[in-house]
Structures are given as C-alpha cells and as structure tokens.
Design a binder for this molecule. Structure first.
Ligand code: AMP
Length: 368
C-alpha cells in the first residue's frame, strides 16, 4: 500500500456511499462525496461534502478535481455530464456500465449480446405496440418503464387482456414488456474486476417483498455446485466481454436449473451487504481496493448468513434487536433523518444463521 493518502470521490451519498466511505477509511483513503440532499447519510462520515444535483456539471467537475479517483453509487448520472469528465479525470468504471444499465431495453439487449439469457421482452411505446407485445410474449407479463424504475416502482403485472386498459397510463413514457418468469427463486451475483481478474462474492437466495429486497440467505441452499459454477462463469465472462472494471451486481431469476438475467447495477448491491460481516472481505472493501489500484482479494463465506433489510416499518423491531446486543447479530442503521414505510433504513446481518433458524427465531419479529 502506498503512503500517499488518496482521495476517493463518490457520486451519491446514500447508504452505499456511507459503506464505501467506511471501507475507504479503513484502507487509509480520504473521501469526498456529492449528493443533492444536505442530510445524505454518507455526509456523516465523508471528509468533504458537495451538496449539488447529479446533473450539475460544475459540481461534478469540482468533485473530480478534489479526487484522485471517482466512483458512483447512484445509477442515473447523465452521460452528458459524465462522459466529458471521464476523459479528463480518473473514473475507472467509466460511463459505459451506467449507459448499459440506465435503460431496461438496452440493458437486456446488452445482456443477450454478451452471452446471458434473459426472459422474453419487447419495447412498448403505445397501445398498438403493447397489444403486439402481449400477442408475442403472452400473459402474465410485466410492464416496466424503461428508465428510472427501481425497487418495483414503475411496474405493472399484467394478467389478462383486461389489464391492457389499466396499463395505458404507463405508456406516457417508453416501456418494456417482459415475460413473467415463474421463478423457483431469485439470486444475484456481485463481482469486482480489475481488468485482469474478477472476484465473485458467494451467491445467496434473494427474497423480495413488494418489489424490494427483503431477505438474503447465503449460501443459496437450493443451488447445486453445477448451477453455481455456471452462474459464476457466465457472470465473469459477461464482465470481461463487456470490458467492465470495478463492481457489478447482476440479479437473476432461477428456474429449472437455468438462470435468466433480470437487471444489473454497476455499484455495490443491497444483496451484498451481508458480505461485511459474513465474508472474509466485503463488496465495499474490494471496490475500494480496485479504486486504489490494490490487488483484489477473493472472498470466502465465514458462516451461513442471513441479511434482513430494515424498511421504515421494521425500524422499531430493529432497534429492539439492537438493544439485545447478541453475538453474530449485526444491526446496521443508516442514520436517515426521515423514516417512511418501504424506505431502506438499515439492515441486519445474522452470521452463523440458517434459513430455518431465521424463520423460527427472527422472522416473526418483523412486520408481516
Ligand atoms: P426489478 O425492479 O426488475 O428488479 O423487479 C423487482 C422484482 O419484481 C424482482 O426482483 C422480481 O421479484 C419481480 N419481477 C420483476 N420482473 C419480473 C418478471 N419478468 N417475472 C417475474 N417477476 C418479476
């Protein structure tokens, strides 16, 4: 490790920024963070703060000027701002993975072009193309806005022809219709690449509620070694084929031993939070090691681990659990000033916990 303190610039000051900063500090780096909200969680720890909009070109340039290397935890930074900056400053992940993931249609085209299977999909812009897409893909299907959707926002499950009428208001913006996958379960893969090597975090089974990640059980006991091996190989091949560097998470639907690309995010991922205590190295730390030009470390799972997301409605239960101060139970609250139902307020990692133990001992403590 070099003795010169480096400064990492982070676009976005949510919980992901906060946890990047913690690892940056542990690895001896300084941080400067940009976020539009003056009370952004990451500002509690960042060495410097810039309060500005994500499309404020001058503020983003200021962030770059103050940094040795820049990363992002927010996916919708516009290319019109980032592309000129990546030519002048050290933004090693670049705009490309953001570009590839900012539009669900482009994202799936890119996944297919680089060797991953996806559910069937079609672009939808108006009633005629919606009807054509329904005829082609069949029902049930999921209509999603192409851009700016997250955590189930901007989605409509269509079950019958009668839902076409209900779907029309969504078509004010470009959409994509996707085949509804009756998956056995969902799983995601988090990878960090340095241009030569890809390290991959152990794969868990993800459980969503109302489109938001609720639980992550690691390892995914349902997944045999063959499937796990194929997923890791496909993920690593994808990363190399796209030429991505830095961190990438891919969410998959698993059905009958096959995996289908759902979406990806070129930033630390909620399903990787368990790695902080559940693995020998974590997603934030390896991202920081990449940014600092240090060799990557391959993670090992320490013990079976369960991660439970704490949304606004779970905050009270989480505070009670924190007060119990039990070994192996790590309650992490992000310090957000306003709690709302469905807002991610924190997470709890249970290390040394099987799904069955979680279900019998802990599941009942949270709002159903
Ligand atoms: P997304 O924002 O695309 O990740 O969707 C959020 C959640 O909705 C996913 O994690 C799934 O649980 C569910 N979902 C989304 N798309 C589909 C689909 N095509 N088939 C079945 N479930 C889906």
């Amino acid at each position: 490790m070099s003795n010169v303190t480096k400064t990492i610039g982070i676009i976005g000051g949510g919980q992901l920024g906060l946890m990047i900063i913690e690892q940056a500090h542990l690895l001896g780096a300084r941080t400067v963070c940009l976020d539009p909200a003056a009370d952004a969680p990451a500002f509690a720890l960042s060495d410097e703060r810039i309060v500005a909009a994500y499309d404020d070109a001058a503020a983003l340039e200021e962030l770059c000027r103050r940094s040795d290397v820049v990363t992002y935890e927010f996916e919708n930074v516009p290319g019109s701002v980032l592309i000129p900056l990546e030519k002048k400053y050290n933004i090693p992940q670049g705009f490309r993975p953001l570009y590839d993931s900012q539009d669900r249609l482009r994202e799936k085209d890119n996944a297919r072009a680089n060797g991953l299977q996806t559910p069937q999909y079609a672009a939808v812009d108006d009633e005629a193309s919606l009807r054509a897409a329904v005829a082609q893909i069949g029902l049930p299907a999921v209509l999603k806005t192409r851009t700016l959707g997250y955590d189930g926002h901007g989605q409509l499950v269509m079950k019958s022809e009668a839902d076409i009428e209900r779907a029309l208001p969504m078509l004010a913006v470009p959409c994509i219709l996707e085949q509804f996958v009756p998956f056995d379960y969902e799983a995601s893969i988090v990878m960090v690449a340095d241009g030569e090597r890809v390290v991959t975090f152990p794969i868990g089974r993800n459980v969503h509620r109302d489109g938001i990640l609720d639980l992550c059980f690691v390892p995914a006991a349902e997944m045999d070694d063959d499937l796990r091996g194929r997923m890791v190989a496909a993920g690593e091949r994808f990363m190399k084929s796209c030429g991505y560097r830095g961190i990438l998470a891919i969410e998959f639907f698993i059905r009958d031993g096959r995996f289908y690309f759902n979406e990806m995010a070129p930033r630390p991922h909620n399903s990787g939070h368990y790695t902080i205590e559940g693995c020998t190295t974590n997603q934030f730390r390896e991202l920081v090691r990449f940014l600092l030009g240090e060799p990557l470390q391959a993670p090992e799972l320490v013990a079976p681990t369960v991660m439970k997301n704490i949304l606004g409605q779970d905050l009270e239960a989480a505070e009670k659990i924190a007060a119990e101060n039990l070994p192996g139970v790590y309650v992490r609250l992000y310090g957000k000033t306003e709690s709302r139902p469905k807002r991610k307020m924190g997470h709890i990692t249970f290390v040394g916990m099987t799904p069955a133990e979680y279900e019998s001992r802990w599941a009942g403590k949270f709002v159903k």
